[in-house]
Design a protein around this ligand. Structure first.
Ligand SMILES: Nc1nc2c(ncn2[C@@H]2O[C@H](COP(=O)(O)OP(=O)(O)OP(=O)(O)O)[C@@H](O)[C@H]2O)c(=O)[nH]1
Ligand SMILES: [Mg+2]
Length: 278
């Protein structure tokens, strides 16, 4: 599906991120582990190439473990980078980021010490909408400080959060890029909830999703919805799921839109299983 969602607040956010780069020591690049490659935003390249990067494969409780391990190795091989997998919904799980920051910035710490400076490390947290940036920050902060939500575009404007006396993190709004020309990438970003529903043809997206999951592993659909998929078209499967789940409108017609929302919600909440699309 062709996606173009690049509203003014994302453009402004990118400008702000470019300006803030001089104030940060490190980048924390949050990638949804269900589609980490699709989450790579070309507009971030300039930012992420100029500082050490901690790649965070977020929501690893929802993705396929073997695939996540593959991607962890892949991103660890990038220059001046480390990569971790993370489930930010588990209290305290993000602490490892503090340790990594201190290791990666040890030279700077020594330098500051020699100069008698007491400056906290500063990192900018970047990623596509809904990838889990604010939740990660809150996991590290002693109290919930950044606003989070299960839809894209929750964080607006930059926000510094003090993690402790030694670390400050900059939360940024989820940002995409103009005209996502790779349709596979656009579609996967839509599946994982990085694109707001209002601009999507949600029924078509649901149908495409059924086809993609059938190709990936039809048993995920068969087990969740108690159906058989062999020899059936994607549309027939989609309709069967809608009927089973009761997505039927008043005139006994299939409500494709509600059906699509229901199926995508099952995926996004992990009810279809641990799935990695990339
Ligand atoms: N299961 C699971 N859910 C997560 C994880 N991290 C974040 N979430 C959920 O993902 C949704 C989005 O989280 P946010 O932290 O608001 O994402 P964000 O990247 O700040 O989003 P924007 O500000 O809109 O760009 C929320 O419903 C979170 O609860 C995770 O590791 N596992
Ligand atoms: Mg946010």
């Amino acid at each position: 599906m062709k996606i173009n969602w690049f509203p003014g607040h994302m453009k402004s956010a990118l400008d702000v991120m470019g300006k803030e780069l001089k104030n940060v020591d490190l980048i924390i690049y949050v990638l949804d582990s269900r589609a980490p490659f699709s989450c790579l935003n070309p507009s971030f390249d300039k930012i992420s190439s100029k500082r050490p990067v901690i790649y965070v494969l977020s929501k690893c409780d929802l993705s396929n473990e073997d695939r996540t391990n593959y991607w962890q190795q892949y991103f660890s091989q990038k220059e001046n980078s480390v990569c971790i997998k993370l489930n930010s919904t588990v209290s305290g799980s993000a602490k490892v980021i503090k340790t990594l920051m201190k290791t990666m910035l040890s030279k700077k710490a020594d330098w500051n010490k020699r100069k008698g400076l007491n400056i906290p490390f500063r990192a900018m947290v970047i990623g596509v909408p809904n990838s889990g940036k604010s939740t990660l920050i809150n996991n590290l902060a002693s109290k919930g400080k950044a606003i989070t939500g299960d839809k894209p575009g929750v964080t607006r404007g930059k926000q510094w959060v003090a993690i402790d006396d030694n670390i400050n993190l900059l939360d940024t709004p989820g940002t995409l890029w103009p005209d996502i020309d790779n349709e596979v990438v656009g579609t996967r970003l839509a599946y994982i909830g990085s694109i707001k529903n209002e601009i999507l043809d949600i029924a078509t997206l649901g149908l495409e999703f059924v086809g993609d999951i059938k190709k990936l592993d039809a048993s995920l659909l068969e087990n969740r919805y108690n159906i058989k998929t062999d020899g059936k078209t994607n549309l027939a499967i989609f309709e069967e799921i809608c009927k089973k789940r009761g997505f039927i409108s008043k005139g006994n017609e299939i409500d494709y839109e509600r059906g699509a929302i229901g199926i995508l919600d099952d995926f996004r909440k992990g009810r279809l299983g641990k799935i990695t699309l990339d």
